[in-house]
Structure formats: C-alpha cells, structure tokens
Design a protein around this ligand. Structure first.
Ligand code: IPT
Length: 961
C-alpha cells in the first residue's frame, strides 16, 4: 500500500497564474489628502524550511507570536539576523534550483510575517462608498495574505505593487496582518535577473483609506507641440473629477483636453507643473511634464529633437539593506547621476521603487522602465520550455506588464517601456508588447532580445563590439526591413566590473558620429557587494552557495557604499554636456554644446594658464549661449610669457547658479591644451663608475656589483630593483568572460607565466661613464624572453637609467605592462607628481585624467575594487616624488605605488586580504595594456594593446628636497 499525501494549501506557490484577490492595477502616487497608515517597521518573523511546514493558524487573531524573531519591513530576512534566518544566494543567469517549471524545490524557505496594528484615532469611521486598501509595493517572490484571520489573496511579481480591498475586515484596534512569504515560486522562473536572490517584504506596506468618491486609476496625457510651443493636457480618470493646474490657469473636467503655452519637460529642463486631480472624495497631487516621444525619420525624438542617451543600468542596491532602499538612498543615486552628467536610466531589470521615478521626473533623467521579467536560465537548454513561449504563462506576463504600465504611466521621465531582459523570444512577449502599445501609444516599446524588432520600436543590443556598432550606425548591419528603419541603442555596454570599463570614449565617438546610434546604458550603476565583517564586501560564494557567480555581481560605476569609482569619473568626462578643445594653438578654444535641448546659459566658463602644472593666471571666459549642437571659437587671453617649463591652458564649464542637483561652481566639463611643450630631462654622463669590493659606486648611487641592482641613491635605500616588470594583477576585464569570442589575454598571460618571470644576469659592465647591466627576463617553460639592458649614467647628482627591451621568440600576446619595479621604505607616504591626475588612468580609460600637479598618499593612490586587482596607475607623468626620491621620465610614464606586492594584490580575493607590509612597491611604467570591457563585451581595441616590441625608455632619479 502506498500512502501519498499532498498539501493543496500550497498549490498556489507553483501555480503559473499571477495570483488571486488583488485589485486591478492602477496609477501610483505617494500620498494625497486621503489618510494612510504605513505598516513599515518591526514585524514578527518565523522562517520555516518548506512552504507547508506550518499551518495557517498563525494568521488567526490571538496567535501568540511572542517567541518569534523580529524583522524590519521593508527588508529581506536573509540580510537580517546574522544568518539565523538563512543566507543570500548570488547567481547570474543559472537558476539556483532544478529547471523543472513550474516546480520549485521542497526546500522552500518560507517567512511568516506578523504585524498587529491599530487604526489611528482619526481614521475615518466607515461611510457608505468608502473603503480601505492594503498595498504591498514589493514582496519576493510569492505572498499569501490574511487580515484578522481572513485570507485576502496571494500574489507573485516581486517588484510590482499589489493592492487588496480590506475595508470589511478592519477593526479600530488589534488588527492582525499575516503575510506568508515563500522564497521560491513559479514566479521565480520569471525573475532570473543577475542579482542576489533575496526573499522578503522589501518595499513598503501601506494601508490606504479610500474615501467615498476617491480617485481610482487615472492617466495623465501631457504632450508637447514643439512647433507651436503648446502643451495639451488631458487626464482620464476612472472616477470623474476636475483637473487643476494653477500656474497654467487650467481648471477642466477629467477627460477634457486643454491646450496652453507651456515649457516642455526634458531631462535637461525638467519643468514640472504642480496640479491636482480632484474628485468628490480625494485630492491627488499631480506633477505634469509636457513632452512628446516618437520615432520619426528613423530616430527617437522628444519634442521634435533627436536625443542621445547617456545612460546607466540601475539595479536597486544597498550594501546592508539589499533591495530595500529608502528615499534618501534613491535621491543619492539621482544626485550622483546628475552630477556625473548622466541623462538616462534603464531600470534593469524591473520597475524600481516608484519614488525613484518621482525623483527622475523632478531632477530630469530619461527612463527606460523595464518589466520584472527575465528567464535567462532557460538558455542552458536552448530556451526549451521558456515561459515566454508557453501560453500557460501569458496571463502572468500580461499581469506584470499591466502592473508596471498602470503604476508608472504618469511619469514624464518614462519614455520607453521595456518588456524585460534576457527572456529569449516568444508569443508571450508579443502579447505584452501588443497590450502595452494598445494601452499607451505615447511611449515606445523596447526589448533587447527581439533582434528583428518584431514587437519593438527601437533596435537594441547589448555589448555589441565597436565595429558592429559602427556598421549599425552606417546602416550596413542588414536585419529585417522593419529593423533597418529603426534607431539603435545599446541597452547595456561598458561592463563596469572591477577596473574599467575601457573603450567607452570610442563608443561615444561612434554615437556622436552616426545619428542612428542614440546612445547607450553602461552596465551597471552599483556593485552589489554585501557589507560583511569578514570580507569588507561579500560577493557570490561568500555565503557558501553551492552554485554562484562570484564577483560578477560587483560590476558597477559606484562601489557598494556609492563612492564613485574611476569608471564613473571617466564616464562623466566622456559624456560631458559641453565639449572644450584647442584649435591647434591659435589662441582660441572651440566650445560645442553637446546637449539635445538646452542652450549653454546654465553654465559659466573659466580659463586658466598653467606652468608646469601650477595655475599662474586665471579668469572667466565669456561664451555665447550656444544652441544644442552649436559650436563657437572663443578667444583666450594672451598666454604668459614662456619662462621655460611646460605651459598649457585649462577651460572649465561650471554650473552658473545653484540647481536642484548641484551647487553653483560645480564642474560639468573641461578641456586642456598645451602651448609650450616640456623639454625632456637631460643628464650629462660625466662621472665614471667605481668598483670597490661588492659595491659599484656611480656618483650618488651605489649598486650591487654582482647583480648590478641599485641599492641606494644618496640617503634613499632601494630594494628589489629597479628591474623589469611586465605583470599586473589581472583585472576582471583582463580575465574576460568565458563566453567572449575574442582572445582573453588575462588567461594567456598567466599560462605564459608573466607572473613568474626569471631574471638571468648576462653581464654587469662598468665601462667609460656608464654602468651597463645586461639581462634576459623570461618565464619558465617557454622560449620567449625579453632581452633587457639597463644603462646607468650620472652627472654626479642625478642618476639616469635607460632601459632597452628587445623581445625574443614568438610573442603572440601583448604585455600587461612594461616598466620597472622597486621597493622603498615603508615610511614613504606622501606622493607628489606632475602629470595626469588626480585619479587612475589606463590607455583606454584616460579621459578624466587631467594634466596638473597633484598630491596624495600611498593609501590615497589605491582604488579599492571589491575584488582586488590592478589599479591606481597615474598616467602621463612628467615627474613624481615619493619617499625622498624624485623621478623624471623621458618620455612621460605611468606609476603605481602600493604597500603590497603585485603578487599579493593578485592573490587577494577581498579588500580585507590586503595588509600593508614593510615596503612601498613602486612601478614606473613605459606602457600599460588597455582595460577594455571583456568581463562582458569587447577587450581593449587594438590601438590600446601594449605590443611586445622593442622599446627604450628613460628615468632620471635624484633625491627630492
Ligand atoms: C547581461 C544581462 O542582461 C545583465 O543582467 C548582466 O548579467 C550583464 O549581462 C552582465 O553583468 S547578459 C550578457 C551575458 C549577454
């Protein structure tokens, strides 16, 4: 006899339908004059290992949850309780459970949440026609809800709102709200985004009073006619009422159109008109932005003008709270974006907390609002059984589309709806697109997976290489007839994992050259590192996950604590709204307005002259208020008389007045040019080397006579070199992703053994006025090598080193770096240099590096990538001083200095692995290989490769005063 038991009470978990009991989706607004009660705060929590481990008696009034733990809502239980409630899991696209749709594992962590609340004393008494609604703004991944013991419904769609009518169940005091949350559900198959799996009630829970005659759904249609400069407003409302916009003298009925002169809304000029929707029972504030979005002549145009997206993909992330973000954190994101010249956000890969879109309306950011849909893991089975191509799932897909569009349709910032991300292709997506087009014809539809643009209004790709993007720009990419008529965007490019992305200036040049290319969105905004005592920031695998994707979750332009990484500073420079460049030394500067809508009147300009990096004269520069796209040549004041030294100018564009997002004086753009170039350092070789026992003396320097290595220069002791160094701790972009089609040099470098080079001394020759050390630098096992000659001379005070490198054998890889390394005493700390700064720069990430005289400390030179890797190089350096040593270069060089070796940096997996030793290791590099974006995308372009070729470079050392 076999006994089979099933628990029908949890069948909803694996049900592909969207759920039951919820009200129809509608427009979201933060608040109105109707009362509401936030149910955020401390809740009781019990976590069970399976969906059916506990019955539903906990939901009944009178249940004693006194022994339960407490959890903060909004929040994720796996990020609270120090692991007592379970741990986060990170996978990129692999499902962390068997692909067996719609089934989920029996081990299905289930969090029973309880909250008892009283109505505020002034909560209105029940009146005919009035009601109350309970709103959940986000619960991952499936919830079943009871109020006062009565079940009111269950739902899926983690990052989408769900409302329930609860009036008949409410009591003045002692209301018991019970929410059972399952980590896994059929919905999880639709939510396979590249991020942490984090169950919980992670967005607000609110009780809304709904007075009789209150607002239900409403749709603000606010278009702009750029020819006549007029806006047309019509507010459709389920409950009829009036629409008031005092500043525009508008007082019309809902459903009625009115046309008046207005200022348009754009991301550059986010004019919002405050209004109200007034029904018999409620006054809802409106924030109206007039703008019209179309595809016309193959271009996305807003208010008649084509635009260029300078965007970023934003996941919601906080290093402590996960995807539970407070308003201040959201505002910080928007402020950082605006202050770094970004103009667009793709809400990868789900609708964000709705308050974020309010901020985009207010501060001005174009938004691609993306639906909560990704089924990426099905790629592992050639997309078989993909839910988006299986009609049984279509109602869930349509429900998700509707919940996004209905919630967010009143935001002027939202210009494009995106069906989701990486979900393959299928009828379900077509159904979503058709529904969205039918519901909202005033916006475009996007979906990257639709390469034929069957359902979409814009051709979109991710990580297309530069050459392909150029072809697309030229219209030579083929594709369907429909696609060929459409504009192009890169919804993801420039993978900001670790050091990088490189090559974004080259993309920007293409975007600015070909009008069909309407810009792109860097992947991604923030590193999703979890704050953790053991590691600094934890990433995939740090919580013992059986399946994970390591630090692929840390690929943002800002670190987990939102400190801008060099990648963000580079991007800021690459996308600056004003372009400033020299005209070949004719005393003028060419200024170009790179905005799409605004003239230059918001900016004030300054000029300055520098001699050897120090500003000697400065003033303000009058620049005409150029129209978008226009340029002018502006005359600079006469430069200072040359007194030797390098002379150059810097022109900067600053905010002329305080704005919502930045103070007057905030720099938005800059340009530099050289007037008089520097003269390379020269040292006359006037002193001969003298050998004495084990030591060779050459002017102020002493060398080991056997190895020919420098020991000291005057009072400065030197260890371990200078000797040739070609190794850098590979960056995530050096290592590249397995699926990239181009060569992954990081992997080849290690295979070749560039991290374990041997130095064979061929000869140490003291002859004439030079000490010459001949060596061969090569890795074990291979015949390739670098014949390296160090030639030392001196004038008695300064010591000149010329390094000559000749590759031997068949080098089929570029070099990571080419230069010398040596150690200084740990007391070396303060660093000064004249060259590129203030931050790090590599051949294809050098935009933000400006020539000047800079100062820092050894610690200050480090860029703390979450997974340690090569970082911190300062480029185009003329001279640098550190630890009593001065180094001048011929030609300019790049340098790094750190309190650990490259080998230690390479071995470290987290910030906490790096501990200072008793030596400061200095690298002076003649070259570095580019950075590229191969952790997801192309490697460095050929022009940024550091080829293994004959090279010669010189450093002049002296004691600094
Ligand atoms: C692309 C995904 O859309 C995004 O979510 C993220 O995973 C990114 O890659 C890499 O960080 S998909 C890409 C592998 C083609």
């Amino acid at each position: 006899m076999s006994i089979r038991t099933t628990s029908s009470s949890v069948d909803y978990v694996e049900d592909v339908s969207p759920g039951s009991g919820a009200l129809a989706p509608r427009a979201w607004y933060a608040s109105s004059d109707a009362m509401s009660l936030s149910l955020n705060g401390s809740w009781r929590l019990r976590v069970s290992p399976t969906a059916d481990a506990e019955d539903d008696t906990f939901a009944a009034p009178g249940f004693d949850a006194g022994g339960w733990a407490e959890v903060t809502v909004p929040g994720h239980w796996v990020l609270q309780g120090d692991g007592a409630f379970g741990l986060p899991i990170y996978t990129n696209h692999l499902y962390p459970f068997p692909v067996d749709p719609p089934h989920v594992p029996t081990e299905n962590p289930t969090g029973d949440h309880l909250r008892v609340f009283d109505l505020p004393s002034d909560w209105p008494d029940h009146a005919e026609g009035a009601g109350a609604v309970l709103r959940f703004d986000g619960v991952e991944s499936c919830a079943r809800v009871w109020l006062n013991g009565t079940e009111i419904g269950e739902f899926k769609g983690s990052r989408l709102p769900h409302e329930f009518a609860v009036e008949q169940l409410l009591k003045p005091t002692g209301n018991v709200l019970a929410v059972r949350v399952h980590q896994w559900s059929a919905g999880s198959y639709l939510e396979d985004q590249d991020q942490w799996w984090l169950p919980g009630i992670f967005r607000d829970v609110t009780l809304l009073h709904r007075p009789a005659g209150s607002v239900r759904d409403f749709f603000v249609h606010a278009s702009y006619d750029h020819v006549g400069g007029a806006g047309t407003l019509r507010v459709d409302s389920e409950v009829a009422g009036r629409v008031l916009v005092p500043a525009l003298d508008i007082d019309v009925a809902t459903g009625e159109s009115v046309t008046v002169p207005v200022e348009a809304w754009t991301a550059e000029t986010p004019t919002l008109y405050a209004g109200e929707l007034v029904t018999a029972g409620e006054r809802v504030p409106l924030r109206i932005g007039f703008r019209t979005v179309v595809v016309e002549d193959g271009l996305i145009k807003v208010n008649g003008a084509p635009l260029l997206f300078k965007g970023v993909n934003r996941h919601e992330w906080h290093p402590v709270n996960g995807r539970a973000l407070d308003l201040e954190t959201m505002r910080e994101d928007v402020l950082l974006m605006k202050r770094h010249n970004l103009n667009a956000v793709r809400t990868s890969h789900y609708p964000p907390h709705p308050a974020f879109l309010d901020l985009c309306d207010e501060y001005g950011l174009w938004v691609i609002d993306e639906c909560d849909l990704e089924t990426h893991g099905f790629t592992e089975q050639d997309w078989r059984d993909n839910p988006v191509d299986d009609d049984r799932w279509t109602p869930a897909l349509l429900d998700r589309a509707a919940r996004m569009v209905e919630r967010d349709k009143n935001h002027p910032s939202v210009v494009i709806w995106s069906l989701g991300n990486e979900a393959g292709t299928g009828r379900g997506l077509t159904a979503m697109a058709e529904w969205i087009h039918g519901r909202d014809s005033s916006r475009l539809v996007h979906y990257e997976g639709d390469w034929n643009c069957r359902d979409t209004d814009v051709y979109s790709r991710m990580y297309a290489f530069h050459d392909e993007v150029e072809k697309i720009g030229q219209g030579l990419d083929g594709g369907t007839h429909k696609r060929r008529q459409l504009p192009f965007i890169q919804c993801e490019y420039g993978h900001a994992m670790g050091n990088g992305p490189g090559g974004i200036a080259d993309y920007q040049e293409l975007f600015e050259t070909y009008e069909r290319l309407q810009g792109g969105f860097i992947w991604e905004w923030i590193d999703h590192g979890v704050q953790d005592e053991r590691f600094g920031y934890a990433y995939g695998g740090d919580f013992g996950e059986e399946l994970h994707d390591g630090n692929f979750v840390c690929d943002g332009l800002v670190f987990p604590d939102r400190t801008p990484s060099p990648g963000l500073l580079e991007y800021k420079k690459v996308i600056e709204p004003v372009h400033i460049e020299g005209n070949g030394g004719d005393g003028t500067v060419r200024i170009t307005n790179k905005q799409d809508f605004a003239d230059l009147s918001a900016f004030a300009f300054t000029w300055s002259y520098q001699v050897d990096g120090e500003s000697v004269e400065s003033g303000s520069l009058t620049v005409p208020a150029l129209a978008p796209g226009a340029s002018a040549d502006v005359k600079l004041p006469a430069p200072p008389e040359s007194r030797g030294g390098e002379t150059g100018w810097t022109v900067r564009a600053l905010l002329a007045a305080d704005t919502l997002w930045g103070p007057a004086g905030h720099e938005v753009a800059w340009g530099q040019d050289t007037i008089v170039a520097r003269t390379a350092p020269s040292v006359a070789a006037t002193v001969a080397p003298a050998a004495d026992g084990g030591v060779i003396t050459l002017g102020p320097a002493t060398f080991d006579a056997r190895t020919g290595t420098l020991r000291a220069l005057g009072g400065v002791e030197v260890t371990g070199g200078p000797r040739l160094d070609v190794w850098r701790a590979p960056t995530d972009n050096d290592d590249g992703a397995e699926w990239q089609s181009d060569t992954r040099y990081g992997v080849l470098w290690r295979k070749l053994g560039l991290h374990r080079m041997r130095h064979r001394i061929v000869a140490v020759e003291a002859d004439g006025n030079a000490l010459t050390v001949r060596t061969r630098v090569a890795p074990a096992a291979w015949e390739v090598g670098l014949a390296t000659v160090y030639r030392w001379t001196t004038d008695g005070e300064r010591l000149r080193l010329t390094v000559s490198v000749t590759p031997e054998g068949d080098w089929n890889v570029p070099l990571p770096r080419l230069g010398v390394r040596f150690g200084l005493a740990a007391s070396a700390d303060r660093v000064r240099w004249f060259g590129g700064g203030p931050g790090e720069a590599y051949p294809d990430t050098k935009g933000a590096s400006r020539i000047g005289s800079w100062e820092s400390t050894v610690d200050g030179l480090q860029t703390p990538y979450v997974r340690p890797q090569e970082n911190g190089a300062r480029a185009d350096v003329r001279w640098a001083e550190l630890g009593g040593l001065r180094v001048e270069g011929d030609p300019e060089f790049s340098f790094t200095a750190r309190r650990w070796t490259t080998e230690q940096l390479d071995a470290a997996t987290h910030r906490t692995d790096l501990t200072p030793g008793d030596t400061v290791w200095v690298n002076l590099d003649h070259g570095q290989h580019g950075i590229g974006s191969q952790s997801c995308g192309p490697g460095p372009l050929p022009q940024y490769h550091l080829r293994a070729e004959r090279a010669e470079f010189t450093f002049v050392f002296s004691e600094s005063r």
